[in-house]
Design a protein around this ligand. Sequence first.
Ligand code: HEC
Ligand code: HEC
Length: 455
Amino acid sequence: MLPEQHDILFTFIAIVFAVFALFVFGNVVQHCRERETANGKMWGTVFGALAVLCFFLTSHMLGLIQADQLAFFFGTYVWVIISVLLIWGVFYKSEGIGERSPPIIRGFFFWTAVSLSLAGYTNWLPQQRSDPPPKAEAIVGDLTMEEFSEMGRVIIFGAKQVAGQKSIGKGQCPLCHTFDPGDNIGRCPNLFGVEKRSHDRVKEDRYMTSPLASGETEPSTGVVKGVPGELDEEYRRAGGPDEMTGEDYLRESLMCPTCYVVTGYGKDGDTKSPMPVINKPPISLSRVEINAVVAYLQSKDTPGEFGAVTVPLPQDDAGNTGGAPVAEEEDDSEQPTFVTGQEDIQAMINTLGCPLCHTIPGVEGAMGALGPVLHEKTNAPNRIKDPNYKGKATNTKEYVRESILNPSAYLVFNEEAGEAFPDGLMPTTFGQMLSVEALDKLVDFISQTEAPAGS
Ligand code: HEC
Ligand code: HEC
């Protein structure tokens, strides 16, 4: 929103008010002339002054920016115009001009009330929401652990639960993970109890040796497994022992998922993790955000208790570069994810999170491994021919559309695992995140995906 922007509707109403006050003045003067009442001078002065005041208020309002215009309008102008109407009514009564106030007064009252409530409803509310987001400095320094862990919760789940949608923040974790005891979607570990597990994991023999040994460098991320001191400075834990702690395990799980793969949840005999690297695109959390997520993971199982949290609070020092993005993105995550179709296809697909689970030819960085590789130009016709296919699609585009809106209509068989891909893993909420245009565009794109030539 431009800082100099004016509110057209309220500017217009302010001008109408000034003209109206002038009209009232003329009306009063005319009545006094006709009746030659004793108080004519007094009434003329009062209404003349009010008309001048309204002109002054209107011209003052023209010079304000939008937010101030609204505040001024509701805080001052509305009360002045209501006073004009009331005094006008008193004038009519005391001069015995009519039994009731004339239709123009009642009409104007009615018009003002209706337009104010409508305008207030449509303009006033969004206006408050477009206030600038809190400055980054606000989150650094005087933060409590409770607030820091809450920040982690918002990164994971978003600031607001949107009706009918799984609540998912920029960290995207709930796409794959569950957090409550007994709640499972299959392919990814439930993160309930992960704080406790984190301390045991780093002591397991399996942690020391599999899929790579402690001290080895994991090739895809460049992280040296099990050596917190070797992390990029930006992400490194400040102070404390050099050996791995539970906190380091959690941080390593986010920055190097393949450093350790939870039994039964990996690919290629649990040597590769299908979890995306959280500090790399498309999720790209900063150091402060990763620490906030760890603080949340360490405290979520003990509501109100933060004794288990070992991550440091962000410090207001020059080396802390991670502060700013948090405040900005936090504002972002208040909006439900929605794709209009104006975006380019790569941005659209990244926003929706498809690359976290799918490898998609033609989409940079889409290397997800939790769902089938999207080669729909060849896959879709084969799915429809499958005797087990019970969906309604008769061609590729219909099949792709159905897969996006209703993934359970058909479960793809996972040759590698020798069983069907799990039902319920692919979100069923894309219908609410896409405009009609965006869905068409997405279906067109996915329908023509195929294996790159030569593979
Ligand atoms: C695309 C799906 C996916 C997303 C998104 C995802 N994870 Fe994971 N995560 C997995 C899988 C699969 C595993 C198990 C394999 C492994 O150990 O890496 C896992 C493992 C973990 C573990 C280790 C659990 C344990 O019991 O040791 C932690 C901690 C974790 N994830 C946290 C997160 C957090 C926090 C986020 C969000 C910032 C996240 N994950 C996002 C799929 C995902
Ligand atoms: C949390 C992981 C996840 C996300 C995110 C996800 N999918 Fe899926 N998807 C799956 C799984 C698992 C399957 C296989 C099970 C099934 O068929 O329902 C699947 C199946 C599909 C299929 C059918 C593939 C075939 O070969 O028959 C299509 C098409 C598809 N997804 C498209 C998308 C698109 C487009 C997006 C983003 C808007 C997306 N998916 C997001 C996990 C995911």
